[in-house]
Design a protein around this ligand. Structure first.
Ligand code: CO8
Length: 258
């Protein structure tokens, strides 16, 4: 189905693995196209309740493909930037939870890809950074915006201006990742988190994503009004009745609606 990705669905979890290990999974235009298609497939598959995104070998993704970018004109560069930004937005906006399993280098476009995920779990071997200024460019797949939103303006500028590569513990300390685990536990930890989330009401998870992703770009008052609008769908669902009745009846809830 894909040349540069592995795509597997097991137990309602779609695992997407960037599979170009000889180039440390660098994001060529072709890989970006396939990522868009793979996330579209996961979104459209009613058997899929969550997505795990990871990389094959010793990298998550070591960035946009420098050997492809080196020959681009300014206009071609803009086209690539738009493609990358579109893919990251698409990943962020799908209705299902996306967990980044960061197994190794997550640099440049790779760190931007990780930041498009809802939740990031890092292996102790993971390394993060935005080294674009070393190449005479700046992050172009959303990094200048998502990094400060995750780690703060000062730390975001520090990382982007110095191009410093940080380890998983430092990424955890600054809030770039949510957990750090042993390499051998990475996928099972992500699967366990995916299963936990899939046990909740899907409409609530979907609404949460919209409220957080869209609300964070607004002033608080407007964002709270958005939260009020977005919470209507889960509140009006059968799952709300089920969840509340289950609590009162002291039994686990069984959610049905998608
Ligand atoms: N692009 C293309 N090939 C890469 C990339 C990359 N980003 N990263 C690694 N590779 C290749 C290497 O060229 C090498 O290939 P080969 O074996 O054919 O020589 C292979 O992967 C293995 O890499 P190394 O031998 O360098 O492995 P090391 O363990 O010595 O080093 C590093 C690992 C530290 C990860 C090193 O490879 C490195 O620094 N890579 C580049 C990291 C980087 O600068 N990333 C940012 C790229 S720019 C970007 O992502 C911007 C996105 C938005 C741009 C929008 C504008 C259009």
């Amino acid at each position: 189905m894909f040349e540069y990705l592995k795509y597997e669905v097991n137990n309602n979890i779609a695992t997407i693995t960037v599979n170009r290990p000889k180039a440390l999974n660098a994001l060529s235009a072709e890989v970006l196209d396939e990522l868009f298609e793979a996330f579209m497939a996961a979104e459209n598959d009613s058997d899929v309740g969550a997505v795990i995104l990871t990389g094959e070998g010793r990298a998550f993704v070591a960035g946009a493909d420098i050997s492809q970018m080196v020959v681009l004109t300014g206009i071609d560069g803009q086209t690539l930037m738009k493609k990358g930004a579109l893919v990251m937005n698409h990943i962020e906006e799908i209705s299902k939870p996306v967990i980044g399993a960061i197994n190794g280098f997550a640099l440049g476009g790779g760190c931007e890809l990780a930041m498009a995920c809802d939740i990031r779990i890092a292996s102790v071997n993971a390394k993060f950074g935005q080294p674009e200024v070393n190449l005479g460019i700046i992050p172009g797949f959303g990094g200048t915006q998502r990094l400060p939103r995750l780690v703060g303006k000062g730390m975001g500028k520090y990382l982007m201006m110095t191009a410093e590569i940080i380890n998983a513990e430092e990424a955890l300390r600054i809030g770039l990742v949510e957990k750090v685990v042993a390499a051998e536990d990475l996928i099972s930890t992500c699967e366990s988190i995916a299963n936990t989330i899939m046990g909740k009401a899907p409409l609530a998870i979907k609404a949460l994503k919209v409220a957080v992703n869209q609300g964070i770009m607004l002033d608080v008052k407007t964002a709270v009004a958005l939260e009020g609008e977005v919470c209507c769908a889960p509140f009006c669902s059968e799952d709300r009745k089920e969840g509340m009745n289950a609590f009162l009846e002291k039994r686990p809830a069984k959610f049905e609606s998608k």
